[in-house]
Structures are given as C-alpha cells and as structure tokens.
Design a binder for this molecule. Sequence first.
Ligand code: AMP
Length: 389
Amino acid sequence: MNVLVVNAGSSSLKYQLLNTETREVFAKGNCERIGIEGSFIGHTENGEKGTLEVALPDHRTAIKHVFDILKTVDQPIEGIGHRVVQGGWYFPDSAIVTDETLAQVREVAPLAPLHNYAEADVIEICRDMFPELTNVIVPDTAFHYNMPEHAWRYALPRDVVDKYHVRKYGAHGTSHRFIWRTVHEFMGDKTHKLVSCHLGSGASLCAIEDGQCMDTTMGLTPLDGLIMGTRTGTIDPATVFYLNRVGGYSIDEIDTMMNKKSGMLALSGRSSDTRDIEEAANAGDENCAMAMEMFFYRTAQLFAEMAASMEGVDTMAFTAGIGENSDTYRQGVADRLAWMGVKIDPELNKVRSDDPRVISTPDSAIKVLVVPTNEELMIALDVKRLIEA
Ligand code: AMP
C-alpha cells in the first residue's frame, strides 16, 4: 500500500510517500519556516534534492503545496498517516480520522499546542481535498498509554490529576514501538526485556517487556527525563517557582529557557549538536567535556531506572541521531553501565550501517544493539493495518 506520512512541527511539515511492502520511499521532503519569512520546501525524489522557495503562511498552505509537488510522482496515494505528538487520554492505539477523533486531537492540544493544532489543520485539509482517502491518526503517546498505573500516575492530589489529566504520557512512542518490533524480529525469543534508547536532539528511554511499555523517561511533556539538545530533562520542579519568585522570570520565559536554551546547548555553552560538543571537548573545552560526562551519567542512570521498572533487562538498543551515529556516545553510556555487565566491542561499535546490528561482546550480560529507527514506516504500517481492518 502507498501511504503518505505527514508530520507537522511548530514551523515545519515533513512528508514522505512510501510503500509498505517494498518499503520504497517514492518522495519525501520538508516544508520549513512555515509562518516565518524565507519559507521553502526541500523535496527529494528519485534521489534528487530540490528546493522550492514559496510563501508558506500556515500549515494549510504547506500541505496544499505538498499535494501539488506529489503530482509528479507517478504513484497513487492510498492512505494518509498523521503523526500526532499528543494523543492525551484518548488514544491507546492509532485511530482512523472521524469527526470524533479529530475533535479529540484538538481537545488534548493544550498538552502540545505547537504540534497538535497544526496537525489537526493538516488532517482537515487532507479530508477536504481527498474525501475518498482514509486518514489515520498515529499518536506518539499511544504506545505508553497502557503502562502500569504505578508508572504513569503522578503523586499529585487526585482531584487535580483527574480534572486536568495530569499524568505521564511519554513521547517517541512510535519510534520505541518500531525498535521493539525490529529488535524482536532480529533477536527472536532472546529478547524479553528491552530498554530502547532513542537519543536524538529529543531523547527518551523506554522499558519494554514483551512488547508492552512498562515505563518511559518523558512525562506529561517531552521536557522530562534525559538531558537533551536544548531541554533540561528532569530537574527539581521547585526550580520553576524559585526562578519565578526570586529570579523574576515569567512562566513563559522559564518555559522557553527550559525547552530551548538549556540541555547540551547550555552545558557546553557552544552548541546543541553532540558532534560540535565532542569536537570541542577533544580540543580541551572543559564545559563540553562536562556536558558529555553529564549526558553519559544521566543516560546510564535512567537506563538503570528503566531496568528496575522491568526487574531486569536483557537487551539495550541505541537509536536516533546520536544513538545511531555516535560510537563515542554509545561507548560513554556503556562504560557507565559496566557494573551491570554491559560490554561493547569497540570494533563492532565503529561499524556504520543502515541495518540493525549487535555491538556487544559475546560475554556481555546485556545484548547491545544499534537499530536505525523508522517512524514513517511504522506510521505507514499502522495506516495499512487500520485500513485493512
Ligand atoms: P535526531 O533528532 O534523531 O535527528 O538527532 C539529531 C542529533 O543527532 C543532532 O543534533 C546531533 O546531535 C546528533 N548526531 C547526528 N549525527 C551524529 C554523529 N555522527 N555523532 C554525534 N552526534 C550525531
């Protein structure tokens, strides 16, 4: 089945047209700087990249341009999958778009306002333009929906939790689900307790036992957990009150500080990109060396937390920008888990490949894998599953 996968960010809209059987990607691209001056669409087709400078005042305009561009691809679109960042308390699984499910995406949008409203607009346009096509909502939170209550519940007053639906929702669920599926295909019955390590500019770990999410490091929002490119990860929540009352920062300023100006960017004082940080650390920059040390420390610490949530772990899988590409970061995390019996083979760790691969030594207590993630394929497979059902 040919599926168009659409993923709206706050000022971007990524798209990919692919086939679920052959996994061939016919075309893909990104509409960038939506609502900002200098907007453009970067489009790749048949391996050739092109750029179209075009005014993109909003996501509705962007998706119309995408359909125009895709007319040149000689492939029918048979279904559309929409990545929805926040499914809130409504989506334990992906769901076909109806008036009701679309309204639910909007209802939970205050939990992810920059993303959900944009994707809801895009869904609406897709329905209007192609009423004969089935649209599917694929929430990034769905995989975490059924984690045990002791993992998702926050120790806040019950009336507040109930009224405002405050709980751990997690994120990167589509990626963690894909990683479980791939690891399970690859390892067969050897994997039961997996910690999926999605380490990109956003980063989260997920404890997965026999396909079921047992816990994850992101919380109500994707600010929680690991140290990320520009996000703090977990810090004492009272920091917010302190900065507000004593520092004089407004809540919005603290929101921006913690989401956009913190993390590896703040620690290194240079960049949010782990490549720049590694290069500077190697050249003697002490702040960058400390940023790396803290990234390894927190990742290893939360790995152990995920293992505790399953009372054990047999497999660890690295994925996303850092997890797939950086042998230094993988080694740094693994070294701090040597006490758990994690042992990486330095040579295997250096191998570069687009395929899943084992990088641990035969005597490692935990199998360590690198598994390239493919959220678009996972979304497309959900579209096919729901259409066929
Ligand atoms: P993602 O959000 O999954 O696209 O990951 C993006 C991040 O991956 C970038 O910001 C970099 O920090 C990191 N990254 C990509 N390639 C490498 C690499 N070769 N070495 C270290 N970090 C990398």
